[in-house]
Design a protein around this ligand. Sequence first.
Ligand code: KG4
Ligand code: ZN
Length: 357
Amino acid sequence: MNILGIESSCDECAVAVVEDGKRVRSNVVATQIPFHAVYNGVVPEIASRKHTEWIYAVAAEALDKAGLSAEAIDGVAVTSRPGLLGSLLVGLHFAKAFAWARNLPFIAVDHMLAHLYASQLVLEGEGVAGKTETAAEYPFLGLLVSGGHSIICRVENFDDITVLGTTIDDAVGEAFDKVSKYYGFGYPGGAVIDKLAKTGDPGAFRFPMPNLYKGDPQGKGHRYDFSYSGLKTAVINQLEQFRVKKGPGLPEASRADIAASFQKAAVEILLRGIFNALEDTGLTTVVAGGGVAANSYLRSRLAERRDIKSVFPPPELCGDNGAMIAGIGFRYLLRGDRSPLSATASARVKGFKRKYP
Ligand code: KG4
Ligand code: ZN
């Protein structure tokens, strides 16, 4: 079964074709980064306008690269939440029109659940044969880390997660982006800092770990939550110190050290929550998804723990893409789930249960 997956929740205009929820036949991601970089962040109006201009051509290219005509598509899946409302609506309406015109089953899916599904996908040339049926057995611990969300969850099935911990302020990807913006490293910040940090000393600067235990002596309710605003402020204040003490700003030689020290602290915050959750739930597998799951330092730190199995999507499937939408869409459609053509978009996550173990 070939599913067309459409993703337009933020600044990537993406369409993919995935066979049987696993084999990625094509994955076209048209990034709008150059249009937003000048503003150091995503401008919603520009994003929805670009999606409108590009979606048809991106879908045509996805079909072309898959070597399929529209007649060979068996179902359509699209992100309907969470994200920028105007951007979501473009993909949603395109998907509905495609499904309606060809009388195909249609399903609207959650972007965050799709990120979690990305590790189940196999890229062209990777060889499906070498892979087990599922990249990880359910249940496992899910780590969803993107520009808008940071979630640790217990995952029972592709559509059944229980949120154990979240950020109480900024998302981790947002912290990377904001630090990068203040230091003028580049946009979007995550990939830039990851690269810059490779030549830096992570011990050059010490940044504080957030204390989430205030007023809760047992700290039970906060063992998996994160906070990034304190770290972000500390790293930004460091730039002011440079200005005061050493003149106009950051010495060239300190750029990589700041990046490495910040990245280490940001990852330590995630690891603390992950290890606490693994200990309390007894789970031994972590499956990551979302843009920050591409981070090389996070990957290497988790790989160091021999007692834990950590599963990451291929780096090109960590960020927003249509393949993860088509993949999870296939699971719903296979089960007989369908969305009505009256389905709407929503800016926020919906229906995630929250509970402490
Ligand atoms: O999942 P995603 O593409 O979009 C959202 O759903 O938000 O995630 C984008 C986020 C951005 O904040 C970006 O800076 C971050 O993922 N990111 C990274 C890396 N690559 C992208 N963060 C850390 N290390 C990376 N290598
Ligand atoms: Zn995303």
